[in-house]
Design a protein around this ligand. Sequence first.
Ligand code: BG6
Ligand code: MG
Length: 220
Amino acid sequence: QHIACIFDLDGVLVDTAVYHYQAWKQLANSLGFDFTYAQNEQLKGVSRMRSLDMILKWGGIEKSEAEREALASLKNSWYVAMISKMTTDELLPGSLKILENLKAIGAKIALGSASKNSALILKRTGLTHFFDAIVDGNEVTTSKPDPEVFVKAAELLGATNKDCVVFEDALAGVQAAIAAGMYVVGVGETENLPGAQLVIKDLSEITIAELLALKNQETE
Ligand code: BG6
Ligand code: MG
C-alpha cells in the first residue's frame, strides 16, 4: 500500500492536552494572572518556549531570557510529574485500533510531534513499538506551522510527501502538513481546523478502508 501515516501525539493519540493546560495555568496563576480555554486552543501544537512567550504576553509580563528558561523548566517539571503517572487508559478513542490496523496492512507509521517529552508519553501509554520513525521537538529546529517535523518523518519512513497522511489536532500542525504537501486528517472540530481535507472527532471515526479510499481519490 502506498500510504504512510504520520501521527501528531498530544491531542491525537493521547489525552495530554489537559495536562499541558493545567501546568501552564498553574504557571500563569503563580505569576498572578489567568488565561481562557479559548486562548489555550492557540497553544496546541506550539513549542514550549513559544507557548510561554504567548502566555507571558497575555499576562502583560516581560521576562529576561534566563527567567523565561527557568519558567519553562518549572512548567515542564510539573507537566512531567503528571505524564509520569499516565496509563494506557489515557489513549484517545480509536488510537490503538488504527495503529494496530495500519501495522496489519504493513503501512509505515511515524510520529510527528512538537513535544520533547514524546518518548516518556509513548512508553507510559504502551505505543512505542508501533513507530517506524519518531520525530519530535528534540529533532526539529523550526516548529509547526513549518513543515520540518513532517518532512523529516517522511524521509525517515522513505516515503514521498504526497504518500503521507498526517493526523493533527492543532491548526499549526494542519498548516505544517499542508505546507509539506501531505494529506491532512484533522482531529477535533471543523471550525478549528481549516484546510484539513477531512475532519473527524477522534480516530475511532475512520477505518483503514475509508482512509485508503480517500487517499486514492485525492491522487487520481
Ligand atoms: C505539542 C503540544 O504537542 O507539544 C503543545 O500540543 C506543547 O501544547 C508542545 O507545548 C511542546 O511540548 P513539550 O512536551 O516539549 O513541552
Ligand atoms: Mg496535538
